[in-house]
Design a protein around this ligand. Structure first.
Ligand SMILES: [Zn+2]
Ligand SMILES: [Zn+2]
Length: 275
């Protein structure tokens, strides 16, 4: 299996990354991609990837963390992007991510005066486009984060689309939405599904419509703990829980769980160009 989105670079895993990877690979979650959300977590993703076989990193500035740059000068943004560019040289970096747009009003955030206003969305767009351009330049895959922002995201993706992105992009933790599905099918990219499918009814109802050859699995650990572990409050989520998601999905879709696990692993390897 392939956990294509797992934040082993977050605080919940400090000091236990090696053992979490060991446990995951031991039960058949062979491949993991760790996405960055800012420069520090991107570097942490690379550090873990370098230590382990079949563990890969993505580097990027997440739209939520773009908030840090609200009061800064344009040059500091350029500097941030140029540091990111240097990280791309590392062989274990298989993608730029997670990058995108996010209109969600987070209740829990480290930013005291967090507010989603147009000025902030404009800055998110600026960061997103700069990182999409890097992906084109360096031929890297892209992990797209979209939350409640498809009306801004889809026009941007169309505008900056390059045929290179075919098979090289994922809409991670994708919202159940017809327009997003049409986009995924038309552009031949991937749809990321997480543990929230076990309790988010609209997602569960929607997911059988996504073609199996365009589906990738992700835990988004330490978040999105799947049921029944969520009710049992067994936090944090870890890649060891990926089979729970796979088995639940197979049931929803009426597919053989082993076939689904194998196909989604293959899809993940195609997405990140791993032989
Ligand atoms: Zn995300
Ligand atoms: Zn994430």
């Amino acid at each position: 299996m392939f956990d294509t989105h797992c934040h082993l670079n977050f605080k919940s895993f400090d000091g236990v990354v090696d053992s979490v990877i060991f446990d995951a690979q031991n039960i058949g979650v062979t491949y993991i991609t760790i996405p960055g959300t800012d420069l520090v977590s991107s570097q942490k993703a690379i550090d873990s990837a370098q230590k382990h076989t079949n563990i890969f990193a993505a580097v990027g500035i997440h739209p939520h963390h773009v908030f840090e740059h609200m009061e800064r000068e344009a040059q500091t943004i350029e500097k941030e992007i140029s540091v990111l560019e240097k990280l791309l040289n590392n062989k274990k970096v298989v993608a730029i991510g997670e990058i995108g747009l996010d209109r969600h009003m987070y209740q829990k955030t480290k930013y005291g005066e967090y507010v989603v206003e147009e000025k902030f969305i404009q800055l998110q767009k600026q960061f997103f486009v700069a990182q999409i351009e890097l992906a084109k330049k360096y031929k890297k895959s892209v992990i797209v984060h979209n939350r409640e922002a498809k009306q801004d995201l889809l026009p941007l993706l169309n505008e900056y689309w390059d045929s290179f992105f075919e098979g090289r992009m994922v809409l991670h933790c994708c919202e159940p939405d017809k327009q997003l599905l049409s986009f995924v099918k038309e552009k031949k990219i991937f749809w990321g599904v997480d543990g929230d499918v076990t309790y988010y009814k609209e997602k569960a109802d929607f997911i059988p419509r996504v073609p199996l050859d365009q589906l990738v699995l992700e835990t988004d650990s330490p978040f999105l703990l799947p049921e029944p572990l969520k009710s049992q409050k067994k936090y944090p989520n870890t890649p060891v829980n990926l089979p729970l998601i796979a088995n639940y999905l197979a049931k929803l879709r009426g597919e053989n769980p082993e076939v689904l696990k194998k196909q989604t692993e293959e899809n993940g390897r195609k997405l990140f160009q791993i032989d």
